[in-house]
Design a protein around this ligand. Structure first.
Ligand SMILES: NC(=O)c1ccc[n+]([C@@H]2O[C@H](COP(=O)([O-])OP(=O)(O)OC[C@H]3O[C@@H](n4cnc5c(N)ncnc54)[C@H](OP(=O)(O)O)[C@@H]3O)[C@@H](O)[C@H]2O)c1
Length: 290
């Protein structure tokens, strides 16, 4: 068991949801926390909350699409705290649509943030860890790295890519004293779902439909699992054992995958205006999202 007191973590994608909850859970565990994302106002209020737990916080504006932002972030962490023990690469968003109907531009953008953004954070984190001879890199992937949902093909592809990179890094960096863990949250109640429907230009009908309660979690639950993993590093963190088992079965038996997900498609159709999940709606939505 590692003592987390006075250790330093940098959480990239900390302005909301899982990243925000993890920042607070780390502070409660005694860690000092650098919080990064694009929305600096949210990071500054989060930093004040962290400081109210008697810990040191550093809010840093960072867009993971830019190498310079990510390298400046890690440099600032080292300057400010004099050490860096762990980094969580957590930034990400969803883009729903049938992959063949999405524009190349939107496909490149989701890979730029979810996959290349993760690689940028990993590269700079590992550079710092190598200099100190230790460190823990954590990557927020998803249960959707193992199976997918209708209209989540592009997103799932980015999550599968993250997971495989994490697995190979874990083996490659082990001898250097660097731990690598990948986190597989299930449906988590955050801004993610509204943001991904908005960026995809999807019209919704009535109240949001989420997975059955058994498969829905608050971000605090994911945060607690991440803190446990910081204390005792593990290769993969699943926040739902049943999903882990079902995911394994879906990988082994593709017809089981399709059977389960065909039902999901019908349920989704009742809530989403499936007609609006098309490349045409998406272009307008991306313009509006900037
Ligand atoms: N919610 C779920 O059901 C679920 C399930 C499995 C996995 N996940 C994964 O969990 C991670 C966190 O998602 P969440 O559910 O907590 O959603 P969220 O509340 O929307 O948080 C996403 C975070 O990513 C940041 N981000 C997005 N684009 C960025 C960019 N270009 N540069 C830097 N930061 C960026 C956002 O901050 P700014 O907008 O301020 O930049 C925000 O802090 C994501 O990787 C997501 O794929 C979520």
């Amino acid at each position: 068991m590692r003592d987390l007191r006075d250790r330093v973590i940098c959480i990239v994608g900390a302005s909301s949801g899982i990243g925000r909850a993890t920042a607070l859970a780390c502070a409660q565990a005694g860690m000092n926390v650098a919080v990064a994302a694009r929305r600096i106002d949210l990071l500054e209020s989060l930093a004040r909350e962290i400081e109210s737990h008697g810990r040191v916080a550093l809010p840093v504006a960072c867009d993971v699409q830019f190498d310079a932002d990510v390298s400046a972030l890690i440099e600032r962490c080292l300057e400010h705290f004099g050490r860096l023990d762990a980094v969580l690469a957590n930034s990400g968003y969803g883009h729903q649509g049938c992959v063949v109907d999405l524009t190349d531009e939107s496909l490149r953008r989701i890979f730029e943030v979810n996959f290349f953004g993760t690689v940028r954070v990993a590269r700079e984190a590992v550079r710092a860890f190598r200099a100190s001879g230790r460190g823990h890199l954590m990557i927020t992937s998803s249960c959707l790295s193992r199976f997918t949902l209708p209209y989540f093909g592009a997103y799932s592809a980015t999550k599968a890519a993250q997971t495989q990179v994490a697995r190979s890094l874990r083996l490659e960096l082990q001898r250097e004293g660097i731990d690598v863990s990948v986190i597989h949250p299930i449906t988590t109640m955050t801004e993610f779902h509204d943001a991904s429907a908005d960026v995809s230009g999807i019209r919704r009908r009535g109240v949001p439909r989420h997975a059955p309660r058994l498969f829905v979690q608050p971000p605090e639950r994911v945060a607690r699992a991440i803190v446990r993993c910081l204390r005792r590093p593990r290769a993969e963190v699943w926040t739902s054992h049943i999903t882990r088992l079902v995911a394994g079965a879906m990988v082994a038996f593709p017809r089981f995958h399709d059977f389960c997900l065909r039902k999901e498609l019908a349920l989704q159709a009742a809530y989403l205006d499936v007609e609006s999940i098309s490349g045409k709606a998406e272009v307008a939505a991306e313009g509006a999202a900037g």
